[in-house]
Design a binder for this molecule. Structure first.
Ligand SMILES: NC(=O)c1ccc[n+]([C@@H]2O[C@H](COP(=O)([O-])OP(=O)(O)OC[C@H]3O[C@@H](n4cnc5c(N)ncnc54)[C@H](O)[C@@H]3O)[C@@H](O)[C@H]2O)c1
Length: 582
């Protein structure tokens, strides 16, 4: 419920705390976190856990026990957790501390952007302090408010959009009907065992249950690629979620190589080598030489047009973009990019494969930066321009976090790598001109050896022990030749950045990079962390009013120039008195 902007309105806010304790119940209800069976048993949420094969038998036995009056629910024993619970939850003062802490922790996370979790705490508190009847009444009242809220409307909209996407094949229905059969991808080759390659290999064996052959140029690269999965399984083993044999079984699906041995029979190769056109084309030629004629060649490039890479191909109908997001095992989006030459069959097989990897898949058309990188670039650039104007770095980051992004743009740049940013920027600038130009002074950062978190030298300080509060590396202002100030309103900072993203998203729809506004919203929210409660760039336009968006763009245009010129499609929508959805 909380993920839809609602609360557990069927009595959940009153009954769950009674069953598993207030703190445990709040944790579940405020996050929407799901439990493993063992955890659910430990918490007392379920009475028994049994292997699936034994389910019906166990159920009969339990029912018979209840009928015979021999069943009693196990109370948690004298564990530290139970004592803590008793100390905190069984007396008024303890509970007061607990609710206070829960509110504080919650607000630090949501910054007040999500009303539902706040209301959940209110309901639980009402029940605990004033009794069940008051609790139920409160729950009904607040549920009613949430159902009507703008936040719930957007979150529910996103839920329906992603559910719809799960049912789509990624190609037109008539094309799908024409396909004789959709041969599922049953073996994968991954090129590059770096950050992305390792993550792609992991979701392929773990979620899709498909064997992976991973190639890197050297043994270290292969080792990195294998170790990534190994470490994840090791953690899960230690926590008791999987057995040693389950880990061994999964790891046996992932093998490494420094040559192309084992690649002759794979159905799809996903390359995740360095962002370099020549290198990617070389990979393509090598794969086509060694692989089957119908092998799918997928590239995980973040900015190079797929058609450019496909120029090196003998079979351009088999070349496609599979753009994953970092960290691959956590980020829900897969952006699939088709070129005018990619066959419908290759698109449909790739979409089916992406879904098996557990991804929400959008299919977009080819162009520099496709959709997500293209709208991220001007957003990041704008944050850069604001830095260049002297606004304090932490002020910019906190302005966008307050607006609803999970992390600020400057922190993001440090995470992704300032050097990576400077590789992608020229590609987009040469394609779209001045409006995509990063601030000129940013080249000084590279001259000063600032790459970001990876070399512990970026906008923020990265202490060797990785501890301590996050602080800006003040010397960066000197490198940029500026004096930091705080003289810009947080909303102005956020709107400048967000409007850049929104305007570019509109252009992507106008130019047919996006097939529809829905995919644009899903891509921005699931891939880039656009605030979910705002629904994505297109729902944001509709809810704010396109006229309001255009007025703001024009206002910034008069101050900062043509990079804020509104997209044509926005003006057309106003003329036609239409929104993107309604
Ligand atoms: N890092 C991200 O957040 C992100 C997100 C989406 C897409 N991408 C894209 O994914 C690709 C890989 O990025 P990354 O961050 O994983 O880079 P990385 O530097 O971590 O990994 C690249 C790997 O490719 C290997 N490699 C280089 N040449 C090779 C060759 N000839 N044969 C086999 N392996 C070779 C390297 O040894 C290295 O292990 C890039 O195109 C990047 O733009 C990155």
């Amino acid at each position: 419920e909380v993920q839809l902007g609602l609360l557990p309105g069927g009595g959940g806010t009153q009954r769950l705390p009674k069953l598993i304790g207030i703190a445990n119940a709040l944790d579940m209800m405020l996050t929407g976190r799901q439990l493993k069976p063992k955890q659910a048993k430990k918490l007392g949420l379920v009475d028994e856990v049994t292997p699936q094969a034994n389910l019906v038998k166990a159920a009969y036995e339990l029912v018979n026990k209840i009928r015979a009056g021999k069943f009693s629910r196990q109370k948690s024993s004298l564990t530290t957790a139970a004592l803590m619970r008793w100390a905190l939850e069984d007396n008024k003062w303890g509970r007061q501390i607990l609710f206070q802490q829960a509110r504080k922790k919650l607000l630090a996370k949501t910054l007040g952007n999500y009303p539902a979790p706040e209301y959940i705490i209110d309901c639980v508190e009402a029940g605990a302090e004033l009794g069940e009847a008051v609790g139920y009444a409160k729950e009904a009242e607040l549920f009613g408010e949430l159902v009507k809220s703008a936040e719930a409307k957007q979150l529910i909209g996103l839920f329906f959009a992603s559910t719809e996407l799960k049912k789509e094949s990624g190609i037109a229905e008539k094309d799908f009907a024409q396909l004789a059969e959709l041969k599922p991808v049953s073996s994968v080759g991954v090129l590059g065992g770096g950050l992305m390659g390792a993550g792609i290999a992991y979701v392929s064996i773990e979620k899709a249950n498909i064997p992976v052959r991973l190639k890197d140029r050297d043994a270290d690269g292969v080792l990195h690629g294998l170790k990534y999965s190994h470490n994840i399984y090791d953690k899960r083993l230690k926590k008791g979620y999987i057995s040693l044999s389950q880990k061994a079984e999964k790891m046996s699906m992932l093998t490494g190589t420094t040559d192309y041995s084992g690649f002759a029979q794979v159905d799809i190769v996903i390359e995740a080598v360095f962002e370099d056109l020549q290198l990617k084309q070389q990979m393509l030629r090598e794969v086509e030489k060694i692989g089957r004629a119908d092998i799918i060649f997928a590239t995980n490039t973040s900015s190079i047009p797929i058609s450019e890479i496909a120029k090196a191909s003998q079979h351009p109908e088999t070349v496609i973009g599979l753009h994953y997001f970092s960290p691959v095992d956590k980020m829900p989006l897969l952006e699939i990019i088709k070129t005018p030459k990619t066959s419908a069959e290759v698109v449909a097989r790739s979409v089916a494969f992406g879904k098996k990897q557990g991804k929400t898949v959008i299919v977009v058309n080819d162009g520099p930066g496709f959709y997500t990188s293209r709208i991220l670039a001007p957003y990041m650039n704008e944050a850069g321009h604001i830095v260049a104007e002297g606004v304090a770095i932490d002020k910019i980051d906190s302005a966008l976090k307050k607006y609803g992004f999970p992390i600020g743009p400057i922190t993001l740049l440090d995470e992704v790598g300032i050097d990576v940013g400077t590789k992608i920027a020229p590609i987009l600038e040469s394609a779209f001109g001045e409006r995509m130009a990063p601030p000129a002074s940013f080249s000084k950062l590279i001259d000063a050896g600032r790459k970001g978190k990876k070399n512990k030298k970026g906008f923020y300080v990265y202490p060797a022990n990785g501890k301590g509060p996050k602080v800006v590396d003040e010397s960066v202002y000197k490198d940029l030749g500026i004096q930091a100030h705080n003289n810009m309103d947080a909303v102005e900072i956020a709107e400048r950045c967000v409007l850049q993203m929104v305007n570019e998203a509109a252009r992507c729809l106008e130019e047919g990079i996006l097939n529809n506004a829905r995919d644009g919203d899903i891509g921005a929210v699931f891939g880039l962390g656009f605030p979910a409660f705002l629904g994505g760039p297109f729902h944001y336009c509709d809810s704010q009013g396109i006229q309001v968006i255009v007025d703001k763009l024009k206002h910034f245009e008069t101050i900062h120039g043509s990079r804020f010129t509104p997209a044509k499609i926005l003006l057309e929508k106003i003329e036609q008195n239409q929104g993107f959805f309604e």
